[in-house]
Design a protein around this ligand. Structure first.
Ligand SMILES: Cc1cc2nc3c(=O)[nH]c(=O)nc-3n(C[C@H](O)[C@H](O)[C@H](O)COP(=O)(O)OP(=O)(O)OC[C@H]3O[C@@H](n4cnc5c(N)ncnc54)[C@H](O)[C@@H]3O)c2cc1C
Length: 584
């Protein structure tokens, strides 16, 4: 098998907020460096940063403070976040939003006095989510892309899929990445001095899910095979309000943003009862995990809408106001035949964000020298729950940090490293496996995985369900390895891409199930009916998973409370300005 060879100083996998920020910062640090971005889709058109609707959390306005933002993030994460990462997030978010506006030209919505407008987002003690209407991600990615296109020295490999992280011959550092050019079916090995993993997680193995179709947990599957440690893998965030538009449309599962509940939207069950009061005193403004479980309980009890979910109602806030404030959402619902402003829209919890990821330090370094990680591929920033608005802050903050740090790392660790050719050959063969098998029913296997994860490893879990989910995942992957893709032409062979997606999803699903079995308590996004209590926060532990000799080993490590311990409050967290629920 021929593998084309390329070289670049810095190699960035993924073109979301993390990848693009890294490229710009690395270029600013040293314009002489060779920087290459590879992305599975089209630059600026793929990934989830573009899909960000609600906004970006930042403590900028009077009355708020970074300490309050930090406390909200730690308490929302149920004391599991790596506090150094969370502290870096809330501090750097201030600088990053100013950079987005003043250097990149983003224009976020403002209050009459000229300050940035902050939306109310669930689980937060201050309205700090800055936004551009409800299409914030498009504003951010478009401005980033303008800057990337203005720098022709940044090389772009579009529709290139990373297949494997390849270590150096001595195994002590990373040597580069094996890529598959989706357009031609050609394999390329990109040798790099520093590599950034920023493929954006993407829990698309659930029946209902929000992330873009190009995301299939490839980054975490590759990291696992390269021997890296993953943490918090049981922590899958379900957004409570995924659109439920029937089984025959890909729009089902896409998210209706948090601001709808923040602005005062009601959730009603099939009997038109506003049920969230039965589950939490904060009603619809409770955190995502609580609202998702409330909806799931209504579904399990059969109190559902015609398509099996619940309703969201906004009309009591005034249809004209809703149409103005949530234009993108209203248009999206209208496209699917629903009137969000004046009527009722069916919704269902939908897998939205992956809190788990590669263990890393606040400077984005990992345990494998030369490999950096940022954005949704990184673990530990959010612990058991990500606050709405902290996701895009995470990817832009840590992407920028990676771009600042990698040029210096290259100076300290100069030169390219020779790859382990045996692993390179084995990974290429692994990707080509389906061409040696008879064609089978890939779609049936994908549907089986979606159901197994939703039914057994989803919003509500228990030991028996998880064990049976694990058996199903193993069986699905075993069958996948016997199923071929039929067409021998490798150029734009989307069945082959689906096969590879499904393999990554099976590998990461197994780790999610095993970590969920290991965590015998309920924290944030992880809820077990057989262990409903959260456990003692002071002795909090997080799960770590590694692949050893082809098998996954899950262990636990103690959380280090480097800034604040459970029961303590940071100075400067007093609320000095009352927050209000307003719909202007
Ligand atoms: C519908 C929706 C709404 C959201 N709204 C908000 C919000 O309001 N506020 C908020 O804070 N967060 C929100 N989020 C979460 C937010 O989008 C993510 O946290 C963040 O954008 C992730 O950025 P990233 O750079 O890590 O990944 P992404 O932006 O997802 O980029 C990942 C990139 O990696 C590429 N890639 C994937 N696999 C490979 C591979 N094998 N090889 C090469 N490239 C690959 C993809 O094509 C893509 O370019 C939302 C998410 C969704 C899905």
């Amino acid at each position: 098998m021929t593998i084309e060879r390329l070289q670049t100083d810095i190699f960035i996998l993924g073109s979301g907020g993390a990848g693009l920020f890294a490229a710009l910062h690395a270029n600013a640090a040293n314009p002489e460096l060779g920087i290459t971005i590879a992305t599975k889709g089209l630059l600026g058109k793929c990934g989830c940063t573009r899909m960000v609707q609600g906004g970006y959390n930042v403590a900028l306005n009077p009355g708020d403070s970074i300490e309050r933002h930090f406390m909200d993030s730690i308490e929302g994460g149920k004391w599991l976040p790596n506090q150094e990462l969370a502290w870096t997030l809330v501090n750097k978010a201030v600088e990053r939003v100013q950079e987005l506006e003043n250097e990149l030209g983003c224009f976020f919505d403002r209050n009459p006095d000229g300050t940035l407008h902050g939306k109310a987002f669930a689980g937060q003690t201050f309205d700090r989510t800055v936004h551009k209407g409800d299409l914030t991600g498009i504003e951010i990615i478009n401005r980033l892309m303008e800057q990337i296109w203005a720098r022709p020295s940044i090389h772009k490999l579009e529709e290139h899929r990373a297949v494997a992280l390849i270590k150096a011959r001595d195994g002590a550092s990373i040597a580069g990445v094996l890529l598959l050019d989706i357009r031609t079916g050609t394999f390329r090995f990109v040798q790099a001095k520093a590599v950034l993993l920023a493929t954006g997680g993407g829990p698309t193995m659930y029946r209902y899910h929000t992330p873009s179709g190009d995301k299939s947990m490839d980054g975490l599957a590759m990291a696992l095979r390269a021997g890296l440690t993953l943490r918090d893998m049981e922590m899958v965030q379900f957004h409570p309000t995924g659109l439920l538009a029937g089984s025959d449309t890909r729009m089902t599962g896409t998210v209706l943003e948090e601001g709808l509940r923040g602005a005062g939207g009601y959730l009603l069950n099939g009997a038109m009862h506003r049920f969230m009061g039965d589950y939490d005193t904060k009603l619809e403004r409770a955190t995502r995990d609580i609202v998702s479980r409330g909806i799931y309980a209504e579904m399990k009890a059969g109190r559902t809408t015609p398509n099996g979910g619940v309703y969201i109602q906004m009309s009591h806030l005034g249809p004209a106001i809703v149409a103005k404030k949530f234009k993108g959402m209203v248009d999206r619902c209208r496209d699917c035949g629903f009137d969000l402003a004046g009527g009722l829209v069916e919704v269902v919890p939908t897998a939205h964000y992956f809190m788990g990821g590669v263990v890393c330090a606040a400077d984005t370094t990992t345990e494998l020298p030369g490999l950096f990680v940022a954005g949704e591929d990184a673990g530990g920033v959010h612990g058991a729950n990500r606050l709405g608005g902290n996701g895009v802050a995470d990817s832009t903050v840590f992407g920028g940090i990676a771009g600042d740090v990698m040029p210096g790392w290259i100076v300290a660790n100069p030169g390219f490293r020779a790859p382990n050719e045996d692993v390179l050959a084995a990974e290429t063969e692994r990707a080509l496996l389906p061409f040696q098998k008879p064609q089978g029913d890939l779609n049936r296997l994908r549907e089986a995985l979606l159901d197994a994860m939703w039914d057994n490893v989803g919003v509500v879990r228990d030991a028996d369900g998880l064990a049976s989910g694990l058996v199903k995942i193993d069986a699905i992957e075993a069958e996948l390895l016997t199923v071929g893709v039929g067409d021998v032409d490798r150029a734009f062979n989307m069945t082959w891409q689906d096969w590879l997606n499904l393999r990554s999803l099976c590998e990461s699903s197994r780790v999610i199930a095993l970590a969920a079995i290991r965590r015998e308590n309920s924290r944030g996004a992880h809820f077990r009916t057989d262990f409903p209590a959260p456990g003692d926060f002071l002795t909090s532990r997080f799960t770590v998973a590694r692949q050893v000799d082809g098998l996954i080993a899950v262990a636990e490590e103690p959380v280090r409370f480097t800034h604040i311990e459970p029961g303590q409050t940071l100075l400067n967290t007093e609320l000095t300005v009352e927050t209000e629920l307003t719909v202007e």
